[in-house]
Structures are given as C-alpha cells and as structure tokens.
Design a protein around this ligand. Sequence first.
Ligand code: ACO
Length: 333
Amino acid sequence: MIEILPNKLFAAITGIGGYIPQNKRSNEDLEKLVDTSNEWIVKRTGIKERRILDQDLATSDMAVRAIQNLIQKYNKNLADVDALIVATSTPDMPMPATANIIAQKLGMTNVWAFDMNAACSGFLYALDMGASLVETGRYKNVLIVGADNISTYVDVYDRSTNILFGDGAGVVWLEPSNEGGIMDAYLRSNGDGREYLHIEGGGTQYPMSDDNNNALEKRYLKQDGKTVFKHAVQSMTDACQTVLKRNNLTINDVNWLVPHQANQRIIDAVGRALDIPEGRALSNIEYLGNTIAATIPLCIWENIKQIKTGDLVMLTAFGAGFSWGASLFKWMI
Ligand code: ACO
C-alpha cells in the first residue's frame, strides 16, 4: 500500500477543458473511400464518426481552444500558470515545442513549457509529471494538455487505420491541495513493441528530405491491429490491478474507470477483466474515435456531469512504444 504521509501535498485537478474540430468523417464517408461498411466498423470498433482538423490548423490551435474553454468555465487566470506540459505525438513542428507555440498564442511568454511524447499514454505520463511538480510545493498551477492532430498521419485509403483515428485536445489544471488529488500512477514502456505500431517517416532515421528510403510512404501510421489489441487489453488490466493492489483497494472502490479510447471492444474487454460494475467504464469513442493523447481528458470532459466531488477515478492507457499505465485520483471539483 502507498503510504500517505501526514500533511502530504496532493496535486488536484481544479479545471478541465476540451476542444473537438467541427469537421466530421463518418463511416459512410469511409465507405466511399475503401472497401468497408458502417456495420463492420461499428461492430468491430464501436466508432461511428471522428473529427478531422482543418488542414490550415495545427495541434497547437486545438490546444489553445481547449485551454480557453477551461479558463472560461473555471474562471482561471493564465498569468498564474507556472508550467505547461503538452503530451503529443503530432507536434506542430520538430522545434520549438508545441507547448511554446501554445503558450505564445495565449500570451504566456514567461512560462516553463515543454512537450512530451508517449503516444496514447502521453496524457497519463504528463499528468504524473505535472503532479510531481505540484507535490514539490514549488509549482502551484500546472496545465496538462493532451492534443493530437493524428489525421495528418493517417492514410485515408488504408482501412486498417482510417476507421480508428480522429483529432482533438483536452486539458486539466493542477493545483496543490491538502484534501486529495492524484494518489498514484504506474507507468511503463517496452520498446520491443515499436514494430507493431509506429509512424517511421519524418524523423532522423527516415528524413522526408531523403528520397532513397521511401520516407514518403513511411509518413503514415502503421499497426498490427491484432497484436496491439491483445497487448492493450493485457497491459491496461495489469496496470489497473497493480494500482488497486498497492493502494489496498478493489475495483468496487473505484467510481469511474476512464480507459484510453482506442476501440470499444478493448474498453469492454478491460472492464470485463477487471470485473468493473456495469456503466462505470466511461466511453466517448462512438463520435470521436481514437484521438491519441486527447482521449482521456476528452472522455472526462464529456462525462463531467456524472463525476461527483470525492469520487475515485482510475485512468488507464496503452499506446505506441509500447507504453502503458494507470493512475488514480480523487475528483476534487
Ligand atoms: N472494413 C471491413 N473489413 C475489414 C476492415 C475494415 N475496415 N479491416 C479489416 N477487415 C477484414 C479483414 O480483411 C478480415 O477479413 P478476413 O477474415 O476475410 O481475412 C476481417 O475483417 C477481420 O480483420 P482483423 O484485422 O482480424 O479485424 P479486427 O477484429 O482485429 O479489427 C482493428 C481490426 C479494428 C484494427 C482491431 O484490431 C483494433 O482495434 N486493434 C487495436 C488498434 C489500436 O488500438 N491502435 C491504436 C493504439 S493507441 C496508439 O498509441 C496509437
């Protein structure tokens, strides 16, 4: 069991915001592009449509709107922000960090801001990093963004990936609290998994400037869906069980499970493996698909009315790397 020290300073979520682009890509749209059907996609993934960002916008534009949504709803002041951490696999550009661009667009020109990439587990990694900053007592207001413009890297003519992915951004505001907040996080990765899920082109191994290595073909996301599916279910289940066990809890103590939204069948399989009571595993995949680092904050944001002050919430994610994990917090809003 994790020992809770007297006077422990927690990092509590005190605000949440989100943004989803307006353009929809429905299953019927995909039927016109590839050999697929609405029926197959709904049955195998639970997804009916995804949102696609306009081509003249970038990841930072979604994040800016998500942050604006948060500050308006929770009456926050951006001048108070000490640190901005952005989880993304789809930065606006290799440098500077998308966090710097977001901060500049919002007029935050004196803030510690950086990106981190852990693919679909990115939000969990960033949340734990931000919580650790707050727990030191040196950082009082930390913004954690999960944002991805993954449609840029999806081959719209590849039916093994175009059915799954969409764009979006979510954000939470962390502040110190003596009452409760982030309680635990268990995060892991294993690079053996990288052959099963990757975007190989555009980095330093296969630069776009090099015509000899088919970099252009490598610019798209590729995956071995079955292998990813199997590892996702096992790893998310193991991570949740580890967190429950070391906090001396059972799944019945958890009010809400918020799993990474990759496939409704993965969400259901993790729920069954954990034996979580019906209706407690939250999902919003039907109309958004997999938005990579944004799925978890967007899923909380869209289900906010159900979550009550003091509820115990467990997050779990799995993604490229492989990377995975689970975290646990008390909802303090
Ligand atoms: N439409 C119609 N038929 C299809 C489609 C499609 N889009 N895709 C595959 N099929 C066919 C196949 O050809 C196959 O036909 P066959 O039986 O005649 O050979 C049949 O349907 C079954 O194909 P599978 O690939 O076995 O389908 P599966 O049930 O595994 O579903 C899917 C594929 C949806 C990709 C699933 O494997 C999955 O969701 N995997 C997890 C992927 C994932 O979560 N990735 C993101 C991770 S997070 C991150 O970090 C990015």
